[in-house]
Design a protein around this ligand. Structure first.
Ligand SMILES: NC(=O)c1ccc[n+]([C@@H]2O[C@H](COP(=O)([O-])OP(=O)(O)OC[C@H]3O[C@@H](n4cnc5c(N)ncnc54)[C@H](O)[C@@H]3O)[C@@H](O)[C@H]2O)c1
Length: 256
């Protein structure tokens, strides 16, 4: 990521909290935000992998702090926001990005696998949004950006639990957008298509090859090709009129 990819200062004065920032799309969003001038609180349950991302972000000359937190755990979310506020002040941009992916047919899926998916990928979005909103409402400004997936729109074979969680994020986001739109707060989703990150590492080759062949662009994306959409949604005036939307950097997999 080079700083000159973003207009210098497009996010100057913003403070963003990005979850799942140790890897993939979250790390790319963190770096893009740092390059655009935002202060950052970066959270991940893999605290050991967070430090290099924090360091790269700080290299852009912004304040960046890291916090180890499991976003499916309410007490961790409370601690994460306390740390962000103590270190950086008002969090005006929240990026709910942390997520997991597993593959299992519904007929063979255990209740615990389903519940874990909903807790990490959907409940976390509720917990973090609820924690962020009071101060956003107080300040009359906020940008909530939730990372869904194109599989929440079209469904994925062997991924009913993941598709349900991601579709849930889209519905949740639209409801929040209606609830707080009059208070200066926007809420939107980014629903990426297949992106080359460690997330899909355990998927079968058959699954990934079938998916690739069906993409109009015939290729998976890179995290750096998703991050600019998150910059847009956080920016003023570029992001001002988006709310309740689902933006799809997805190689054409879903055409909304
Ligand atoms: N890679 C893709 O093809 C793709 C496509 C669509 C949507 N997404 C979504 O993008 C988001 C980021 O995925 P990625 O591809 O960058 O994956 P990734 O595995 O590279 O990064 C996910 C990060 O989230 C963290 N994380 C997982 N569970 C957590 C928890 N409970 N608490 C805190 N941190 C947690 C992981 O430690 C990891 O650092 C996810 O929500 C994913 O569903 C990814």
């Amino acid at each position: 990521m080079t700083a000159d990819r973003y207009p210098k200062g497009v996010l100057a004065g913003r403070t963003a909290l990005v979850t799942g920032a140790a890897s993939g799309i979250g790390a790319a969003i963190a770096e893009a935000y740092a390059a655009a001038g935002a202060q950052l609180c970066l959270a991940d349950r893999a605290e050991d992998r967070l430090a290099p991302v924090v360091e790269r972000c700080a290299g852009f000359g912004v304040r960046a702090v890291g916090v180890g937190a499991d976003v499916s755990v309410e007490a961790d979310v409370t601690r994460m926001f306390a740390r962000a506020t103590e270190s950086l002040g008002f969090v005006d941009v929240l990026v709910n990005n942390a997520g997991i992916l597993t593959e299992c047919r519904v007929s063979e899926m255990s209740t615990s696998l389903f519940d874990e998916m909903i807790a990490v990928n959907l409940r976390s979005v509720f917990l973090c949004t609820r924690a962020a909103l009071p101060t956003m409402i107080h300040h009359g400004f906020g940008r909530i950006i939730n990372i869904a997936s194109q599989l929440g729109q079209k469904g994925g074979q062997g991924m009913a639990h993941y598709s349900a969680a991601k579709a849930g994020i889209i519905g949740f986001t639209r409801a929040v957008a209606r609830e707080v739109g009059g208070l200066g707060i926007t809420a939107n989703c980014i629903a990426p298509g297949p992106i080359e990150t460690p997330l899909g590492g355990d998927l079968s080759q058959e699954w990934t090859e079938t998916l690739r062949a069906g993409l109009p662009l015939r290729r998976f994306g890179q995290p750096e090709e998703v991050a600019p959409t998150a910059v847009l949604l956080a920016s003023d005036p570029g992001g001002n009129l988006y709310t309740g939307q689902t933006l799809g950097p997805n190689s054409g997999d879903v055409m909304a």
